[in-house]
Design a protein around this ligand. Sequence first.
Ligand SMILES: [Fe+2]
Length: 317
Amino acid sequence: MNITGPETLVFGVTDVKSCNQYLIDYGLIAVASSEDGGRFEALDGTGVEIAHRDSSALPPGLDTSSMLRKTVYGVADAASLRAIGDELRKDREVTALSDGSLEAVDDMGFMLGFQVTKKRAFSLPAEAINAPGAPVQRAVNIIGVDDSVVLTPRTLSHVVLFVPDAAKAEAFYVKRLGFKVTDHFDGVGPFLRPQGTLDHHTLFLIETPPFLKGCEHFTFHMGGPTEVMQAGTRFVEKGYESFWGPGRHRFGSNWFWYFNSPLGCHVEYDADMDLHDDTWDARHAPMGADASQLFLFQHREKWAPGGPPPAVKSTGQ
Ligand SMILES: [Fe+2]
């Protein structure tokens, strides 16, 4: 049951045009985009699909305001796909779609898809830094700051779900689909890693009242912390609203920057997440500001010495 990670998130939205533009401005590649929706991909072909919420092509929605309709997971091979189908058929309907993928709902009612992975291999260096005492990573005469750089998300990193029963949801992903708990916020929910990736988490569950059930956020991995900052700054300058960040998480150590979106959830940039294998023992902590962030910055407009500082904007409160 070698699940390699999420590959496509499908949303049924009210404002297709704004969502299409949002995902393009975020940096994803529009492989299809029209007034009916589109598909927007990272460098490895993982991505987000958009359609109008009334589209008959979409799986049914949750009984909440969440716009997430389906999470499609990649699996390593046909044997893994068969194993998942055999396991889930024990107690629920599993539909084989014409594209060879399987479809079934999890124990919270979220629609899942499973496909033999379609991720495209690519080769790009990580962000390189230099430090005294360490071998040179960024070569002589290669500058670290480039205003013209194109910042394209590399791969779909993780999705975070609000669930009404985190223990029940965790049991489904661990016992039925072979996910590992890497860390746990007590009273909130687990960080989960499927068998086929070393990433600290591709799924994080947060227990909430049932009416909130849905997608809290999703994120793509960038090439490093500078890309998170640079892409986030460009996103702010395009007029999008920062929700949380930039900063660095404790569990997972990933750099983060979250934004509001027209997809009914937050959308994040992240980078440099910890890797773990089966020798890792899950940590437990109560969730709170200190447990979730090593540090947190606040975006401000650029300023340089030489003139007066920018006027402080009213918060409107
Ligand atoms: Fe996240």
